[in-house]
Design a protein around this ligand. Structure first.
Ligand SMILES: Cc1ncc(COP(=O)(O)O)c(C=O)c1O
Length: 393
């Protein structure tokens, strides 16, 4: 069976799993994981939950406690669960467009959507390419508007040597399948603000903080499966099954739960290697951008030098969607999985009162984008194959 490199993956070692197993249902483990995350994301306060979506939702509830404003601005090209969380929090999603330079929010489009009703704007560091103008955005926002950083795909990325996630009022992270640190679920909310800390603590205290043994067992089985399945030889063997499993619909509602001890233990072990993993991701991004720079018919992201992009995957735009499909198939035949991402922009996926042509860059990204693997399991030979295959088609 053909060795196949998954589009997103992380090497989880036996020692990481044993450490996680040792901390299943251990009440002392969560503060240790939170401490490790504080260091990784440059925030003094970290609160774990069962997913990135839950963390975002709890963060919104905390903001509602300190402000009567009702609207949350999101980029139109991002995960659908963000809209679900905003609606579940009883708030109104307002969309802005993205820029095709780096797939992050278009700052002008975002600022022009801010009104006296705006509670927060969500700066999504899409694909792990950090929003270069995060500090500038924070300065330009009225003081009543909170800046939330969505770091679900950007754990380990940095802006001017400071972690993505440490620039805004709140940030949130995901440890779901395919994230930079993948723990078969889990997420966290982070802040440096003492005022918001109090509000978040009150919200978090009202929700489940402990996982039960059934959840611990489910997570441990999932983690073991994940650790084995992402290895390219095993992934190639299981590909027909796994590619079908991945096509799960986005959840329609938010169910708040706790992160498990096994996730926190495995996560703490993996976070020790985060700088190493991030450097590997950055170097693969750099090499792919260099290797594809002369290739016609594609558009590569522009990544400024003051950023460290610990990319989750590398986004590439194909002028011709047909060529995108041909390249995707050719890469798979070479043992490299590439994937589409967000097939619909948010204004088409939800009825939020926008016209179908409202956000042209977001729509273009949905129709023309292909993402390539840049994780630590991608070898030099895989890189060469990716570059040659794309250039040849
Ligand atoms: C940019 C972004 N935000 C939020 C989320 C939601 O995270 P989770 O799946 O942990 O709920 C994801 C997950 O796919 C994401 O990619």
């Amino acid at each position: 069976m053909l060795r196949t490199v998954p589009v997103v993956a992380l090497p989880i070692g036996l020692n990481d799993l044993v450490y996680g197993l040792g901390h299943a249902a251990c009440p002392r483990q969560m503060p240790r994981f939170e401490l490790a995350m504080q260091q990784a994301c440059g925030c003094r306060y970290v609160f774990t939950a069962d997913s990135g979506t839950t963390s975002f939702y709890l963060g919104l509830l905390a903001l509602k406690k300190v402000s009567g404003r009702t609207e949350v601005i999101l980029p139109a090209y991002t995960a659908q669960t963000l809209v679900t969380a905003v609606l579940a929090a009883g708030l109104k999603p307002v969309l802005c467009d993205i820029t095709l330079d780096d797939f992050n929010p278009d700052i002008q489009s975002l600022l022009s959507s801010v009104t006296s009703r705006t509670l927060a704007v969500v700066c999504v560091h899409m694909f792990g390419i950090p929003v270069a103008r995060t500090a500038e955005l924070k300065q330009q926002l009225p003081p009543e508007v909170f800046l939330i950083e969505d770091c679900c795909q950007a754990l380990g990325s940095q802006i001017q040597s400071k972690p993505a996630g440490s620039w805004g009022d709140l940030s949130f992270f995901s440890f779901n399948r395919g994230k930079n640190i993948s723990l078969f679920g889990g997420g966290c909310l982070a802040t440096n603000s003492d005022r918001l800390r109090q509000s978040v603590e009150q919200i978090v205290a009202a929700n489940p903080r402990r996982s039960g043994w059934i959840q611990e067992m489910r997570v441990l089985t999932g983690l073991i499966g994940l650790a084995v399945a992402v290895r390219p030889r095993m992934y190639g063997l299981l590909y027909p099954l796994l590619s079908r499993l991945r096509q799960q619909p986005a959840p329609q509602r938010v169910r708040v739960g706790a992160m498990s001890g096994a996730q926190a233990g495995t996560g703490e072990a993996l976070l020790r290697k985060l700088p190493f993993f991030s450097a590997q991701r950055q170097s693969r991004v750099h090499d792919l951008l260099a290797g594809l720079s002369q290739c016609s018919g594609i558009r590569l992201p522009r990544i400024q030098t003051r950023l460290l992009p610990a990319c989750n995957r590398l986004p590439v735009l194909f002028e011709q969607p047909d060529r995108r499909a041909v390249v995707m198939r050719a890469l798979l035949a070479q043992g490299i999985e590439a994937s589409l991402m967000y097939l619909q922009p948010l204004h088409r996926a939800f009825d939020l009162g926008y016209k179908a042509d409202a956000f042209p860059a977001s729509t273009y990204a949905a129709e023309h984008l292909l993402t390539l693997p840049v994780h630590p399991l991608v070898s030099g030979e895989d890189m060469r194959r990716m570059i040659d295959t794309i250039k040849a088609r």
